[in-house]
Each structure stands twice: as structure tokens, then as C-alpha cells.
Write a protein that binds this ligand. Structure first.
Ligand SMILES: [Mn+2]
Length: 489
């Protein structure tokens, strides 16, 4: 034990750690620190305790920590822990330390939850309220346990299956749903030791230029979902959509074994072999990354890159619906990703049509009390609509942007929202849910209304003009836009 002297004089000019108050918390801190160093000084007012510590060869002093002279002859601490159960004494101790040695890093114990701010005011660098620390840790463990239990459950289920698992993406698959499907494929193969054949089934188009590059560059094998392809499957999984018939090619009453998703849903149907819905996550790809992490499954470079890009794309590079867990899991994937591939995927050129749709969205915008509406007319590829909505929500004075257009099969809406009072996903569901598919989160929503809803066959642009007014009026009523003349900005 260096510089330890039973007379209580320390010869060095500084000490690594100073512990003020050595009750049960102080003692535990001492115990933790001893794993790293024994350059520690303890101050407590209890004579017997101090003697006990000295008997154990620790450097301890019997002083009252609320005494402004308590640091006399004690070397400057690099870090001081103020841990007694007396709020007043703790506050006084923090003040004394900061006065005598302003560069010391002070970690203080708040004795009640409301006292935290006062400690900061007197100079504490970190304030911990033990009850809160315990609660956070306990909940964290419970969550971790829950997720590893889910991962193991999925693994066991997949290991017991033989035959073919069809993994269904959502319609017009994006990187989140595609990468999640890839990861589930890998998990299925690992769990069944190759006895389960997995295929990714999709419908609609892979529209966005980056998404097409994503599929090509990562060499992703996907099959269009046909009756023949479906007939080959013994089991079905849905990734990145809340259930059968919700934004995917399956029918509402189709039997599905696995659902893994992050969209909020009111669907209460059960009877699935496995279900994991986590609306608090920014991407389904995060959830899949967590399974791979929990199960310690070796992640192939393409899958890691795909999941990484899936999380990035769904969270708009961590600016939308991103939780700390999304970031942790992205960090987990990072060392396994292929930077060159990522660079190639993200530097794709914009198609002519996308550019034209963006142009139309800018030209045709109308703004009513912070709500922007823009009709982009007829288009072949609906993927340009959310891109236009992403762009227009950035316009000054706009809190909510709704962009819509018509394709050969449907009228498609995409909405973005910055107004904290409005849940745009809910508003879309309320306005359009009866005539089509609609939903989303508080900051983003979408709706697709199949043209089969409208019996008249006409010129597409006319049809859009004709039906859009009553639909939009319903939406405006739901979100509470006052009727006034729109201003073009
Ligand atoms: Mn998603």
C-alpha cells in the first residue's frame, strides 16, 4: 500500500480517488476502485469505521465532511466521490472540494430525487440518485433478458423446422424489409443447420435508385411472390410489416408463422408461432441485428452491410425515430460492414422520373396554415413521392407535408410531420384507412388507395382531380386545418 501512514499523513501531493462517506455505497465504490488501484483516501465521521478501514490497511481519516477544514493535509484528489446519506453534509463537501481544488472531478450522491439540481449548482460534475440508478439498471436487465429470450425462442423454432420458409417483405420493398429478410434467412439456415430452405418473397417494385443498387450490389436473391412460389413454402414469416394483408402481398386471413416488425399497430390477432413487434425501434433491421448479436451468430459481410444500410435508410441517417438501441446495434454492425459497398449504394444517381416528380412537387405545392399539400399527378414509380415529402418538409414555415400522386394501380400519399401535437400516421389511418391502406408513425405516414375503389375509368390526372378534394377535405378536418384560401409560396 503506497504512502499509507497510520498517523494519517499522506506524502504525495495528489491522490487518484477520495471517498467522502463510507457507508454501504461508499464501501462498494471502494471495493470497485480497488480492482484498479489502491491510491484511495477515505474520509468518514464514524471513528470505529475509520479504525476498521485502517486495520484493513486502507488510508482513512476520521473527519466531518461538512467541515470546511476537512481537506486539511489531504492531497488533491483527481476524482472525489461524495457519498454520505446526509444531503446537507454532501452539498457542503462538494462546495469545499471545488473551492480547494477546482480541477477535481466530483461525483455526488443525491439523497432525494429533487436535490439533484442543487448539487450541480454547487459544482458537482455528476449527480447520482442511487434509487434511480438501480431502477434504470433493473429495467435494462429486464429488457435485455426479454430480447435474449425472444432471440432464443426464434432460434429454437427455426431449428425445429424442415422444408421451406417464405420470408415476405412489404410491398415495394425497401432496404429495411429486405435486409431483415436476409438476416432471417441467415438465422434460419444457422438454426436448422441448413435443413430449412429460406426464400425472400416480394411484390411491387424496387423503385428508389438506391434500393435497386442495394439489391444488385449486395447480390440479394428475391423472388416475386406468385401462387407457385407460395405453394412451395411450408412456413411464412413477415418482416417489417405488422401482419398479413397490411402492406404486403398476403391476404388478411393467410396463415403466418412469424411476425417481426417495428410499426405501431392496433392488430391484436394472435396465433403466430413467433411475434416480435417493437414500435420503439427505428428499423426492423435493428431488431434483426439484435437477434444476431444475442445469438452470437457470425454475420456475413453482405448481411451486416445490408442491415447497417437498412437502419440508416429507415432512420434517415439517424434523424428519424432513432432510439439509443438503434445506435448501439449500428455500432455492433459497423466493424463488419463493407465501406466500399456502402459508398456505392449511397452514391446512386437520381432517375429522370424522380427528378421530374420532385420538380412537380415543388411547383404544385399549396400551403394552408403550416400544412403543405402537393399533387405530383401521374407517375410510374411511387417511390419518388416519399422523397418529395422528405424534401418539402424542410421548407420554412411548413410543419406537415403531404405529397400525393396516382400510379396505374393506386393513389399514393406520403406525409412528413414536425408538429409535435399531431400523429400523422394516426391521422392518415383515420382519413384513409377505410378506403385503402394507411398508417405510420408520429413523424411520417403513408396511404395507398387502390383505384379499384373508384368505379369510373377515366384519364388518370382527371380522376385524381375529381376524387382528391373530398379525400383531402376529410384529412384537413381530422388534423384541424381551418378552411382558408391556400397561399402558394
Ligand atoms: Mn421499417
Amino acid at each position: 500500500m503506497p504512502e499509507n501512514n497510520p498517523n494519517g499523513t499522506h506524502v504525495a501531493s495528489s491522490v487518484d480517488y477520495l471517498i467522502l462517506g463510507c457507508g454501504s455505497i461508499g464501501y462498494n465504490v471502494l471495493y470497485e476502485l480497488l480492482m484498479e488501484t489502491d491510491d484511495i483516501i477515505i474520509i468518514d465521521h464514524d471513528e470505529k469505521k475509520v479504525q476498521d478501514l485502517r486495520d484493513q490497511k486502507y488510508e482513512a481519516f476520521c473527519r466531518d465532511i461538512s467541515d470546511t477544514e476537512m481537506l486539511k493535509d489531504i492531497p488533491d484528489p483527481k476524482v472525489a466521490f461524495v457519498l454520505s446519506s446526509d444531503q446537507k453534509a454532501n452539498l457542503s463537501a462538494v462546495r469545499t472540494i471545488k473551492e480547494v481544488n477546482p480541477s477535481a472531478y466530483v461525483i455526488a450522491r443525491a439523497v432525494d430525487a429533487s436535490g439533484k439540481d442543487i448539487y450541480h449548482a454547487v459544482g458537482a460534475d455528476v449527480v447520482l440518485y442511487p434509487q434511480e440508478v438501480f431502477a434504470k439498471k433493473a429495467v435494462h436487465h429486464a429488457r435485455k433478458l426479454q430480447s435474449s429470450r425472444q432471440a432464443r425462442k426464434l432460434f429454437e423454432l427455426l431449428s425445429s423446422w424442415r422444408g421451406t420458409l417464405g420470408i415476405v417483405t412489404h410491398t415495394n420493398p425497401d432496404p429495411d424489409t429486405i435486409s431483415s429478410a436476409m438476416a432471417l434467412c441467415a438465422l434460419g439456415k444457422a438454426a436448422s443447420k441448413g435443413n430449412l430452405n429460406c426464400k425472400i418473397l416480394y411484390d411491387g417494385k424496387v423503385g428508389h435508385q438506391e434500393n435497386r443498387a442495394f439489391v444488385n450490389l449486395l447480390d440479394i436473391k428475391m423472388e416475386r411472390i406468385t401462387p407457385e412460389a407460395r405453394a412451395e413454402c411450408n412456413y411464412f414469416a413477415i418482416v417489417d410489416s405488422p401482419g398479413p394483408g397490411i402492406n404486403n402481398a398476403l391476404a388478411k386471413d393467410d396463415h403466418v408463422n412469424i411476425i417481426i416488425d417495428h410499426h405501431p399497430t392496433t392488430d391484436t390477432k394472435n396465433g403466430y408461432d413467433f411475434i416480435d413487434r417493437r414500435p420503439d425501434l427505428g428499423a426492423t433491421a435493428s431488431l434483426m441485428a439484435q437477434y444476431l448479436q444475442e445469438l452470437d451468430i457470425l454475420v456475413d459481410k453482405n448481411i451486416a452491410t445490408a442491415l447497417f444500410y437498412g437502419i440508416m435508410a429507415d432512420t434517415k441517417s439517424f434523424r428519424r425515430n432513432t432510439s439509443p438501441l438503434d445506435l448501439n446495434l449500428t455500432a455492433f454492425l459497423l466493424p463488419m460492414t463493407d465501406n466500399e459497398l456502402l459508398e456505392k449504394i449511397t452514391s446512386q444517381s437520381v432517375s429522370q422520373e424522380t427528378l421530374e416528380v420532385m420538380g412537380a412537387a415543388i411547383r404544385n405545392r399549396k400551403i394552408v396554415s403550416g400544412y403543405l399539400f402537393s399533387n405530383v399527378g401521374y407517375l410510374r414509380n411511387r417511390d419518388a413521392i416519399p422523397q418529395a415529402a422528405d424534401m418539402l418538409i424542410q421548407l420554412e414555415g411548413v410543419n406537415t407535408a403531404v405529397v400525393y400522386g396516382i400510379t396505374d394501380q393506386l393513389i399514393s400519399f406520403s406525409a412528413r410531420n414536425k408538429d409535435l401535437r399531431l400523429n400523422i400516421g394516426q391521422a392518415m389511418a383515420e382519413a384513409f384507412g377505410e378506403i385503402g391502406e394507411a398508417g405510420g408513425h408520429s413523424t411520417m405516414g403513408a396511404a395507398n388507395i387502390p383505384l379499384s375503389v373508384f368505379s369510373m375509368a377515366r384519364n388518370k390526372d382527371d380522376l385524381l382531380e375529381l376524387i382528391i378534394d373530398p379525400i383531402l377535405r376529410k384529412f384537413m378536418k381530422i388534423v384541424g386545418v381551418e378552411e382558408e384560401e391556400p397561399n402558394e409560396v
